[in-house]
Design a binder for this molecule. Structure first.
Ligand SMILES: NC(=O)c1ccc[n+]([C@@H]2O[C@H](COP(=O)([O-])OP(=O)(O)OC[C@H]3O[C@@H](n4cnc5c(N)ncnc54)[C@H](O)[C@@H]3O)[C@@H](O)[C@H]2O)c1
Length: 363
């Protein structure tokens, strides 16, 4: 069977940490083209992960002219996701785009429309779903252990964790700070576990209290020193999302906040029980025979192995396997564009609500 030909657009952090190593392990795949604005990055990627004779580019439009390429991975800063993904689908390529789907809801809508019109597959890199803890929580939700889930927390809190590489603090290239960068994962997980993609209204608040003001000696950042003069995005953001069925999701995010505990990424409360994730694993809380109980549950990996807590299959490899299966017609997309669209719709509304001081109502 012929191998899938894959092009990589953006050969920076996430390309090297996730996409290239995991796709290179796939038996049905050849990485044939690499593009980055910085030529040396594309060349280095091609020599490390490419087939013999792999092409390198600095302009993604030239890469898209290669008719032999089946799919591309769009791994550039957020604001360019829509332009590059749509151009790729128009050129006949399937697209794996990094999270968030887009910098705003209009761009996300355009990406969904283009996927539908061209018939190309479009998926988004929400690999956190494939961590054993989160995959297990989803299994418990689907099996009905929680009953009706009516309150949830999508939690992406860092006391100090400002990304200092790339363009993460540049609003024109990323569209925002921790909300669009890390709450996007937490909210994707929460909606997926609740299996509820119908928001009714959103109220949001963002803060710019630390990023612009803390000098190098005051930062205590875990990811290097940032330049306050180039810090253009929020340092924390919060949203109240009311769903059409009355459920509430409390979205919390920060790169810098004077708080001690980070907490796990998702907390779910239902009529029959609750679930939360933490570094310790997954906890299920219930009342059994009139007694409040907390059970540390064994986690299950996405490909069926049962084991206590420790990660067995790397979520990045699992994401690549799902993606290649979908490309080969061996299964559905694991992250559907309509799901990622709702994540972007809610995050966009939190920003709009914060800017206007008003609640945003959908429909
Ligand atoms: N799924 C995850 O957990 C995860 C983690 C980190 C980053 N990301 C996402 O990945 C994307 C990239 O983040 P990163 O950390 O790799 O950033 P990065 O700055 O390390 O890498 C981005 C690369 O894209 C290149 N680039 C920029 N514009 C380009 C263009 N028009 N054409 C070709 N190349 C271009 C840059 O030169 C750079 O090498 C972001 O959208 C980010 O949100 C996802």
């Amino acid at each position: 069977m012929s191998k899938l030909k894959i092009g990589i657009i953006g050969c920076g952090g996430i390309a090297n940490d996730k996409h290239m190593p995991s796709m290179a392990k796939q038996p049905d795949v050849e990485l044939v083209a690499f593009c980055d604005l910085i030529l040396e990055r594309a060349e280095k990627a091609a020599s490390q992960y490419g087939v013999a004779g792999a092409k390198v580019y600095t302009d993604y439009r030239q890469l898209l002219e290669d008719k032999s390429i089946d799919a591309v991975h769009v791994l550039t800063p957020n604001v360019s996701h829509c332009e590059i993904s749509c151009a790729a689908m128009e050129a006949g390529k399937h697209v794996m785009c990094e999270k968030p789907m887009a910098a705003n809801v209009e761009d996300a809508q355009k990406m969904m429309d283009t996927a539908k019109r061209t018939g190309k597959l479009l998926t988004i890199g929400y690999q956190y779903r494939l961590m054993d803890t989160h995959f297990t929580m989803k299994r418990y939700c689907d099996a009905g252990y929680l009953g009706e889930i009516y309150y949830a927390e999508a939690n992406a809190i860092r006391r100090r964790g400002v990304p200092t590489w790339g363009v993460f603090t540049d609003k024109s290239k990323q569209g925002g700070g921790p909300l669009i960068d890390i709450a996007t994962h937490a909210l994707d997980l929460t909606l997926w576990m609740m299996d509820n993609y119908e928001p009714k209204s959103v109220t949001g608040v963002t803060f710019e209290k630390l990023g612009k003001y803390l000098g190098p000696d005051e930062q205590g950042n875990t990811m290097g020193v940032w330049d306050p003069e180039k810090y253009e995005v929020e340092d924390s953001a919060f949203g109240f999302v009311v769903m059409k069925n009355g459920a509430l999701i409390n979205v919390k995010s920060s790169w810098a906040l004077n708080i001690v505990d980070n907490g796990g990424m998702v907390r779910l409360c239902g009529t029959k029980g609750g679930l939360d994730s933490s570094m310790e694993g997954v906890r299920l809380n219930q009342v059994i025979l009139g007694k409040q109980t907390i059970t540390n549950i064994e986690t299950v990996s996405p490909f069926g192995r049962v084991h206590p807590r420790n990660q067995v299959m790397n979520p990045n490899d699992a994401e690549a396997t799902h993606w290649v299966n979908a490309l080969k017609g061996r299964g559905e997309l694991f992250v559907k564009p309509e799901q990622a669209f709702v994540v972007t719709k809610i995050l966009d509304a939190i920003y709009k609500s914060a800017a206007s001081g008003k609640t945003i109502y959908f429909d």
